[in-house]
Ligand binder design. Sequence first.
Ligand code: 6OG
Length: 167
Amino acid sequence: RYDRPYSKDLTLCIIHDRENRKMLLGMKQRGLGQGKWNGFGGKLEPGETVLQAAVREVQEECGLTVREEELVKVAHLTFAFTSSPTLLHTHVLLLPTYSPTLHGLPKPSPEMVPKWFREDEIPYGEMWTGDRYWWPRVLGGEKLRGRFLFEDDQVGIRESEIRVVTE
Ligand code: 6OG
């Protein structure tokens, strides 16, 4: 059910201000996930590593400057849609300790309008349907491998599977 002729590698970066118990989300302005809150990321460019792409996308989408060494790989999530030929391999990275002096202040871009949310007020109702299953676990420090089969309406989930990994 997850065999597809094409696949794409994507990044998704979670900016966490652990000390103040806040997370930065962006309201997607266009493309896949438009109208939803999400972390920051996008497709890898040719020749780029996951970490290079993550650093670039965070800068482009919300203006923060993060370093590769600060990012923690926390999940590898595979997203499929019932009748799409493309699997989305999404590499989820966490910046655990945001600081305005180190990383700068978030600013809106054509892709994303950023906003801080308290950890206990994550807007799951306005995010991808799968997020409520893995986001809290990633914030709780677990490393995950998961896959999700979405209906073509991008809301319903036909099946999902999440497991904890050590690497
Ligand atoms: P661009 O097409 O803008 O990259 N993405 C998803 N994020 C979540 N939380 N759930 C999903 O379930 C997702 N599918 C894709 C990966 C798309 C961005 O959206 C993320 C990228 O950061 C299906 O280049």
